[in-house]
Design a protein around this ligand. Structure first.
Ligand code: MN
Ligand code: MN
Length: 310
């Protein structure tokens, strides 16, 4: 496998699929950015399959040539980006998996790397936030999603699932709630309480309807204003995007962001102090034409480009 992304050296369908054809390097030392996969969907509550997400995203990342024409930067040249492979998950034990995610991310952060975590279901944001908060203190969080994910319990007595990570993170003091924004929230719920609960946890909820009024630029101004210079963690649940653009996910909600709006929102994070990010909930079994994982790969490329812009 060549490290080069020149079409004159290596074809995109050639070799072993690492993210963006970056080198596979399980030891993150010496890298600027580590790509980590978490092939786990034990926190999923409706249709599963996100355990196959990291592999599909890597596969669809092979056509990322390197130069970002919107942000005018080549992150593959500006940064040493390595694919450290996948966390050893335990499919039948969510808390053991979370410990393994925390260990792997802590190893990367201690080595001075920034991390992009590929899910996997959204429960992985909890251990990712544990690792980042240990390094940076409580972080501002920009959370793109159709769902608030702030339930207390999704099933009686069950505190850990992909519907609860942000409530747990707030309880554990991992999030600076003076700068916690949820963007893209929509769809029917059992009652009004879901939104009220999230807001009572101090989440600044910008529903999809509110976003359409504010416009992409208005949302970006709010993000920049609230986050300021705080260390910021960005979590992107692909179901924030409309299922017309991202059908391969477990709990789709109609009436979401277009792929352009999602790309533009991520690009608009440039200039903020992003210390880490994840992209979750890509479910390849529901993605027959791979459009969801193609979009996911491109969104990760935008995250990398934001870092490359400094
Ligand atoms: Mn969601
Ligand atoms: Mn989510």
């Amino acid at each position: 496998m060549s490290e080069s992304n020149s079409p004159f050296v290596a074809q995109p369908y050639q070799g072993i699929a690492t993210f963006g054809r970056r080198p596979y390097q399980p030891d993150p030392r010496g890298a600027d950015v580590a790509i980590v996969g978490v092939p786990f969907d034990g926190g999923t509550t409706y249709r599963s399959g996100t355990r196959f997400g990291p592999r599909a995203i890597r596969e669809q990342s092979l056509l990322l040539w390197g130069y970002n024409n919107s942000l005018r930067v080549n992150p593959f040249e500006a940064l040493k980006i390595v694919d450290v492979g996948d966390v050893d998950v335990v499919p039948v034990d969510i808390q053991a998996t979370h410990r393994a995610v925390d260990r792997k991310l802590t190893e990367c952060l201690s080595a001075g790397c920034r991390v992009v975590t590929l899910g996997g279901d959204h429960s992985l944001s909890l251990p990712a936030l544990r690792a980042h908060a240990r390094q940076f203190g409580p972080v501002a969080v920009v959370h793109f999603d159709a769902h608030p994910d702030t339930w207390d319990e999704e099933f009686p007595g069950q505190k850990y699932s992909h519907g609860t990570p942000f409530r747990r993170a707030i309880e554990e003091g991992l999030i600076d709630t003076s700068a916690y924004l949820q963007i893209g929230i929509r769809g029917p719920t059992a009652g009004p309480q879901d939104y009220l609960d999230a807001q009572s946890l101090e989440a600044r909820m910008i529903t999809l309807d509110a976003m359409m009024d504010l416009g992409v630029e208005g949302v970006l101004s709010e993000i920049h204003e609230q986050v300021g210079r705080r260390p910021m963690y960005v979590t992107l649940d692909i179901d924030a995007v409309d299922p017309a653009f991202a059908p391969g996910t477990g709990t789709p909600e109609v009436g979401g962001l277009t792929s352009w709006q999602m790309l533009h929102l991520v690009r608009g994070l440039k200039g903020l102090n992003m210390v880490g990010c994840d992209l979750v909930e890509v479910s390849p079994p529901f993605d027959p034409s791979q459009i969801t994982s193609i979009l996911a790969a491109n969104l990760v490329f935008e995250f990398l480009s934001v870092w490359a812009r400094g």
